[in-house]
Design a protein around this ligand. Sequence first.
Ligand code: B12
Length: 299
Amino acid sequence: MTRGKYTVNEVEERTGVPATTLRQWERRYGVPKPERSESGYRLYADEDIADIRAIKAHVDDGVPASRAAQMVAQRLADVHGPRPMQALQAALVAALVDLDDAQADRIIAEAHALYPVEDVVLDLFQPVMVELGTRWHDGVINTTTEHFASSYVQGRLRQLMSLAGTNRAGHSVIVACAPFDQHELGALVLALLLRRSGYQVYYVGANTPVEDLADMARAVKPVAVMISASSIDSVHQLMNKRGHLNGVAPLLVLGGNGFNAEPRRAELVGGRYLAADARDAVARFHDLVRETLAAEVAS
Ligand code: B12
């Protein structure tokens, strides 16, 4: 049943909140949540108008808009059940843009109470970092805000890594970023998912010289070296150094944005590409490890 009956301009007239602000609240905080007409126009219900008036009243009392929207969203969650991931994404983006890590902690606690760790990481942290990174690339937020957000998310991912523990009996894997590549979050997400799947993960992190990575592999003897490259430049760095990567481990696995656009580039570096999504990549990786180890035993 459709509840929506007022257009955005009618809502502006009734509540005194400008249409641009209404759209911004919806995008940033997930409230109000108007329905859409068949042609895509927003249609607000009486309940939406009540929510907008409640947010406006808090804002008029001096409460920041992000907090006011959060208070109303929390009340809605109490009445209607858990907030969907999309609303949590918008709320987390808003908290990080406001440099409000206490609020970010609360949102993530809510997400962990509702969803499995893999979903929180892939459906909350990942889109939030893409959104904030894109805002930085577009010059909408400055470098300090981006760094604040990245290091916050990085901290949360490292915490999850520690909680996952180390499986000394698991097959070992080294995860690193390509030389000069500072995009660390994808590699960290991959490392976390691998650790939660029982691998013994050596997470090396950003900007790793290939020669040093090869030295480490000789010492650790992992079943796989996995390298993340987020840009074309990073892929070229790996291509130029492919000699050092040759035979570095039974499996050389390459991934990240620089390969997602053109997976065949992995062959040019002498490695394998699995998938754009870390969850799919880890599932394929299990099979690949099994096949590789079986082939080694047979030979
Ligand atoms: C956040 C971000 C940044 C942050 C990075 C913060 C950090 N500490 O990590 C900052 C602001 C620092 C940054 C800087 C730059 N960035 Co930037 N950045 C992004 C952005 C918006 C999101 C990346 C991200 O964090 N995603 C979230 C993670 C979790 O997802 P992911 O990286 O895709 O990883 C997933 C999968 O790909 C996969 N995966 C990743 N690695 C691997 C490895 C293996 C082996 C496997 C199996 C799977 C796998 O699993 C992960 C989890 O699902 C992307 C655009 C985008 N839409 O992705 C641009 C992007 C990667 N950046 C880009 C550029 C150009 C830069 C800069 C050069 C800009 C500049 N002028 O300075 C610098 C480079 C700095 C450097 N030397 O590396 C370009 C690269 C273009 C290209 N194709 O060559 C992109 C694509 C933006 C664009 N459209 O232009 N960036």
